[in-house]
Design a protein around this ligand. Structure first.
Ligand SMILES: [Fe+2]
Length: 256
């Protein structure tokens, strides 16, 4: 089975459309790791698409905050302003759907889905020490996480009775609007365990502005990281026209 796994769309309809077009025909089912809304100017469009096209969705901290304003006190000023704007924009059925999303961890067909980490949906899983804590917190072979907006993750490899933690390389490359979609494939090793972040569709923070997502082939045991360019200028213009903080438009171009 081929599985599209994506996260952190953040109301960016242009990035979501680019992923949908690039991935079309290459997957049998799909999973979303949360943060469908927040930051971007198209919360209803992105929620509608995710509702219609995604098999399993767990909530992110921004879904929770934008639908109910719960947790907004922990947000920085730009994120809080965007959450309040999104809260006012969301159609009632989309807001109700977001509020009804299950929090991770959620087990699905052997995959283990979380927004932040197995320990906390708000934890940023960035460093090896945090990865070690997450591996210790679950026996799952493959944990899929989002929240950091950084494509990649960690492998816990076994050899000679010893375990070794390694970072996974992503498909992020220096910004290059004319570049073709970046793809990096790796094989899941028997006996190894993984923490994998498919990257952010709508607001990458790993220095590559292009929309990130992942494909998993459960039968053949490989994972592909993908990056695909999208109509950045339209996404930025719509953020500015909505009166959202200008920094939210600027950061899209930097991928930060
Ligand atoms: Fe996010």
């Amino acid at each position: 089975m081929r599985v599209l796994i994506y996260s952190d769309v953040h109301g960016n309809a242009e990035a979501l459309a680019a992923m949908a077009e690039a991935a079309e025909g290459s997957y049998d089912t799909s999973l979303c790791l949360g943060d469908v809304v927040g930051y971007g100017a198209s919360p209803n469009q992105t929620t509608q698409w995710v509702r219609e096209h995604t098999k399993v969705v767990i909530r992110g901290n921004h879904d929770r905050a934008c639908a109910s304003l719960d947790g907004i006190q922990w947000f920085n000023p730009a994120a809080a302003a965007a959450a309040r704007w999104t809260h006012a924009q969301l159609q009632p059925d989309n807001s109700a759907w977001l509020q009804g999303l299950p929090a991770g961890p959620l087990a699905w067909e052997g995959e283990y889905l979380v927004h932040g980490s197995p320990l906390d949906e708000d934890e940023y899983l960035m460093e090896a020490v945090q990865a070690a804590g997450s591996f210790a917190a679950t026996s799952a072979t493959c944990v899929w996480f989002g929240h950091t907006h950084v494509q990649g993750g960690f492998a816990l490899l076994q050899s000679g009775g010893e375990s070794r933690l390694e970072a996974l390389r992503s498909a992020a490359e220096p910004p290059a609007p004319e570049a073709r979609a970046g793809v990096r494939r790796f094989q899941l090793e028997p006996g190894a365990r993984y923490l994998i972040n498919p990257g952010s569709v709508g607001q990458p923070r790993d220095g590559d502005w292009r929309a990130g997502y992942a494909l998993l082939h459960t039968g053949e045991g490989w994972v592909e990281f993908h990056r695909v360019p999208y109509d950045l200028e339209i996404a930025q213009r719509r953020i500015l026209e909505a009166g959202l903080p200008p920094r939210l438009a600027q950061r899209l171009a930097a991928g930060k």
